[in-house]
Ligand binder design. Structure first.
Ligand code: FE2
Length: 298
């Protein structure tokens, strides 16, 4: 059997690794099988000089499982090449700004995402890093009292809620059946659905590693059994505690790079960049398993 070509260089943190020695567009089954195990181990893998086309990115993302959506531009550039207006009238900008709060993807959906493949096509001269935070290490670092307090708590998760907190009243989207990523405006409506609000535990075992992780972030609110003020305080306390050294990493992007993260373990955040500069990123979202990532109903 062919020996794997992968070279893994872990970050000096509780998670994350650079992986060299492969081209994701042509990864073999053997290498992918090794890569998947490394992904589960480190939670975040970073690959330089990949330059994936959209088709190649979708194909690579599908190796991790079915996709929640194939690919979406996270960008301040319009299809005609001009920049989006940096103001409250542009829904994509409002969602991009909302995403500067720490979060797991799609906790507001009936099924939380498994992970994501994210690539840089154009990056600004400064800013625009993506932050990642290790919720497994955060859970393990909690003191016993807090760990016991939250062990069986559940919170609501909603994109309406999280966007309202940053001053954006979301319009209803058509999440049923996904959306057309070529029509970038439609991304702004993604996740504003009107089904039952998802309820999720604050502590959740990872379905593949069995390790416990905090499941919190900007979409979480109204912990069941608490006043909304008490809930807000607790959730913020957990985010503040979790998202600090050595449990966070901010990736400064270079064009051509790709990362893949485990959304069941990590939270992430966007960071500001000069909005008069172009930033074009491509996001493919890997669907969670309904067996393990389905929201609770109460
Ligand atoms: Fe996100």
């Amino acid at each position: 059997m062919k020996k794997s070509d992968l070279v893994v260089k872990p970050l000096d943190l509780s998670f994350g690794a650079h992986v060299h020695g492969i081209k994701l567009a042509e990864i073999s089954d053997t290498d992918f099988s090794d890569l998947y195990q490394i992904w589960l181990q480190y939670g975040l893998l970073i690959f330089t000089d990949q330059w994936l086309t959209r088709t190649e990115q979708i194909k690579f993302a599908k190796r991790f499982g079915a996709l929640e959506f194939e690919i979406a531009a996270l960008s301040n550039v319009l299809e005609d090449g001009t920049l989006r207006p940096d103001n409250d009238t542009d829904e994509v900008i409002q969602v991009l700004k909302g995403n500067m709060g720490w979060h797991h993807d799609s906790t507001y959906m009936p099924v939380q995402a498994k992970g994501a493949v994210f690539s840089a096509e154009e990056v600004p001269s400064s800013g625009g890093a993506t932050g990642f935070a290790d919720m497994r290490a955060a859970y393990n670092a909690l003191d016993d009292q807090l760990r016991q307090k939250i062990e069986n708590l559940r919170a609501h998760h909603s994109l309406y809620h999280s966007q309202q907190k940053v001053g954006h009243k979301g319009t209803r989207g058509s999440h049923q059946g996904g959306f057309d990523a070529q029509k970038e405006d439609t991304y702004a409506g993604y996740g504003f659905h009107d089904g039952p609000v998802s309820i999720r535990p604050l502590v959740k075992a990872h379905p593949e590693t069995g390790e416990k992780n905090l499941l919190i972030g900007r979409h979480a609110y109204n912990v069941i059994g608490m006043s909304s003020a008490e809930s807000e305080l607790l959730l913020q306390q957990l985010v503040d505690f979790s998202c600090q050294h050595p449990r966070i990493y901010h990736h400064e992007w270079k064009p051509g790079e790709t990362v893949v993260w485990d959304n069941r373990r990590l939270m992430h955040q966007a960071t500001p960049w000069p909005m008069n500069e172009r930033r074009v990123m491509w996001h493919s979202r890997i669907a969670g398993s309904p067996q393990s990532e389905l929201a609770l109903t109460k």
